[in-house]
Design a protein around this ligand. Sequence first.
Ligand code: GCU
Length: 680
Amino acid sequence: FAEDGYRMWLRYEPVADQSLQQQYRKSLQQLVINTDDATLAIAKQELQAGISGLTGQAIPHSRQVSEHGALLVGTPQSSQDIANLKLDLSALGPEGFRIVSADIAGKRATIVAANSNKGALYGSFHFLRLLQTEQSINSLEISSAPSVQHRVVNHWDNLNRLVERGYAGLSLWDWGTLPAYKDNPRYRDYARINASLGINGTVINNVNADARILTDQFLEKAAALADVFRPYGIKLYLSVKFNSPMLLDGFETADPLDADVQKWWQARVKKVYEYIPDFGGFLVKANSEGQPGPQDFNRNHADGANMLAEALEPFGGIVFWRAFVYAPEQGDRFREAYDEFMPLDGTFKDNVIVQIKNGPIDFQPREPFSPLFGSLEKTNIALELQVTQEYFGFSYHLAYQGPLFTEALNADTYAKGEGSTVGKILAGEVFDYKQTGMAAVINPGNSRNWTSHPFVQSSWYAFGRLAWDVNLTSAAIGEEWLRQTFNNDTGFIESMQEIMAISREAGVNYRMPLGLTHLYAQGHHYGPAPWHDKSGRADWTAYYYHQATKDGVGFDRTASGSNAIEQYHSPLDQMYAKPESTPEDILLWFHHLGWDYKMGSGRTLWHELVYKYDTGVAQVEKMQATWESVKDFVDTERYQRVKALLKVQLRDAKHWRDACISYFQSVNGLPLPKGSPKPA
Ligand code: GCU
């Protein structure tokens, strides 16, 4: 059949390098797994399918090492051979793994060892990754453990199967056929895809939650999905609506300090665990964008989160409580999460994790990091990213978000001096958190290739890899993904690395360079609408963000404006206080500057802006040319699809540029710099 992207990065096509092919065949004669555990049965299936696909040679299963070229997978508990090796597994924790080459009873072997079967499954996927990316497996000595405990994907799927900001078809969860048809192969493949990255949790429904998710009718269906995901090490979580007792059971209040409300939640949670014994917990969007929350009853976020946490605690469940809060009354949306959450630091229970969106306003193409990172010292935290390209051209634009994710993780908060990066904070190296997490809103739907644009897969991949290891680089991850998803040809990889590297910056340049933000048309978040629309909610219009007048442009967040910069640690607050010391790519985020402000390049701000918009368009043209140059290395279906989508992207990039420049020009009345293309 035509390659259509369904297999994502788990394609297991024959290894092209002949000498490696030989090496793999020799080293992989026998697969030894000595237990019938369901998780290791999955490892066995994956390794057998993967290795026979990659090497063209089947690998028979055995319970004992009896030949050279054994691949032994398990834990010291399940395998005497692994126990005898006395490998030090102490640094791996419950989910890490080691992959080593060693002799077992005189036979050459490769060992994938872990403290748990789940760790062994992750190690098996990693081993397959080595083969898929054509690495030698002769003298392996790999040790790996995840940076954060909770590595969770978030679905914004509604119960009617429409996906908020989904763009890849209807929801994967076919509620009508659940729980009867839980053997739907897509559920298993979905679990494989996630497990291959070490993702260990999934929130299956929209944060703008439907209270009915907690009814028996839906719990029974969710339980069927949880059954499928369990052996893959994936826990199921639900988004819940804070006023569920009112909506489902006619309560007059959902006050978290009301004893009857508390009892209602305790009873419901008990019910959830009857259906799903290893249920992960709740994700909650409260008092944000019209969602109900504790503030409706004059209580705060901690009151609300702790009430749910208490109900979940006896069963080991957790609450992800989102910090994405803002209301139209506030002068600066940027400030709000920090202003609401900082006074509550230290008052949340241990099984609450405050989930902080990147960035502080929304999933914009570029934002400075949320100052809650580095400031919430006594509250467990999670970083929330978005794979779904809500603000990045939906499923029509090519935008590898590895650079965006690593920019967020590598941002230095200076919380405890230089080097206190967001990544280190999440990894628990700066503050003493009980638990931390990383979450990503992903977009898969019933599109045959899951994500619609084939390259959205790369951002899902990048999220998973970074949640496992916050120190990986965007380029290394991009390369891994390309090798597995397309092929290992060096020329192809080099050309494609360029596309991967520039695609995010291109998207910033043609939409909102130099720290401009949120210039989208209201509602759909796809095309530009920078003009001053006075009809709607102010903080949902572009003018609120760019503040462009005849005199200048940008949002003043210094002391003369909203003073949001005070939320950052020193020296960032001083750095952002002056335009000269603010990085130019976030300049207009913090400053309102005259159109003739001199930029580092020597150009005026106005000319620089035009230059950036033009650069964005030129970068898409470059991406197009590069893609066309790799035609012979890509299967026809994916080649044609991406080629067609790049055309759409170029059209849109020009539209963005022309709309924004024309609008700003109508405000400032300045001529275009010499040599710039005339808006079409
Ligand atoms: C954005 C997005 C909404 C979403 C919200 C959230 O505002 O446009 O669709 O519900 O983020 O993260 O809660």
